[in-house]
Design a protein around this ligand. Sequence first.
Ligand SMILES: [Zn+2]
Length: 399
Amino acid sequence: MANISFKTISLSNSTTTSAARLGELAFSTIPKIIETPAAMLYVRTGVVPDVTYDFIPDNVTRLLEIPLGSLVESMNNLENTESYANFARLSNPIYCPFHDTLVPLRAGGNGNLFSSVWTKSGRKELNIDRFKKLIQLVKPTMYETMFDGDTPFDQTTDKRFTKDRERSRKFLENSLEEQKNSTNIIIPLVGGYDKRHRELYLNEILRLIPKYEKNIFGVSFEGIHSYGPLTENLNIDTLKPLIEETRKKLNDYKNLLFTMPLLWRPDNVIRAVDLGFDLFSGAYVPYISDRFIILSFRYNDKMSSNITGPDYNINSKEYMNGKQSLLSNCECYCCKNYTQAYVYHLIQTKELLGRTLITIHNLYHYHAFFQAIRESIKANTWNEYRTMILEQYPIQEQK
Ligand SMILES: [Zn+2]
């Protein structure tokens, strides 16, 4: 596996209570450093949904997010190749989260010796040996270990939480012990919304970290939701106490990367950067592009204030004769070459090119947003920046 390092390089102005921070991911296999906070590029079965690699905008962060579940079916094909990257001809670093952010989990898929991943074609069971074998075949740059995490909000008993912790820890230890598998691990932090169980689990992790410090690369907040479309509207503020508590306990490990799987709506990205998150799933882009949603929020103050709101649906008759681009002054390939009317027409005639053009615009816009986030933290203007983004989104209902 490739060597990889992460270090946080500065913190935003300490006059705020924000934990926003900059980080640098460095890899032994590529010369380029990836700066955080950053979104990954979501890949499924070797491709970015709806767009070929040639058409991915230049500003997109080239860190591939490949859910492990999407690879289970390729296991046999991988046996005869050197690695998944070779097999799928991918030259960028790869992160394999255990679950697919786009696919909802269903309850009851886990046992003492196995955990399930959910794919579009249903449930795939993985026991620890199969999981380790899959990691050996895929050889991702970093990966999240197998976990339980089946702890739906308000429906989880104490006994279930205890099982969740026991199993997740066993799976983690098993991966850590296997030396060749144990580099660049992201630890799933479980315990649902239960403060006590999260704390108990974190204490166990804290006991493991000194022994495996070289192998543990970061933490991922798990067991909080059941993945899939509902996570677009998760109220991040409700997570604040448990995330801050975790951050406090991990204070001695400043260079542990923080991540969480979610369909990251831009205003939630802002709230999470404030809580110190570094790495974000990129699944929001295929999720909205699939629904013909066009990102149109202002991600820097040079952009004219929009009249369409933070996003809009291009599949609406009002754009039938739209002579403008998807977003005026956008520098992406789609906006420089095509009109709203053309994209609308492609959708109506069910041409795949429609989704391709939408994806190109949304990838460009989303990753330009993350770049602007990093620049604002560097320039100490994070407070103003966060306000500018949050003002464009309706206030969240408390759930
Ligand atoms: Zn555009």
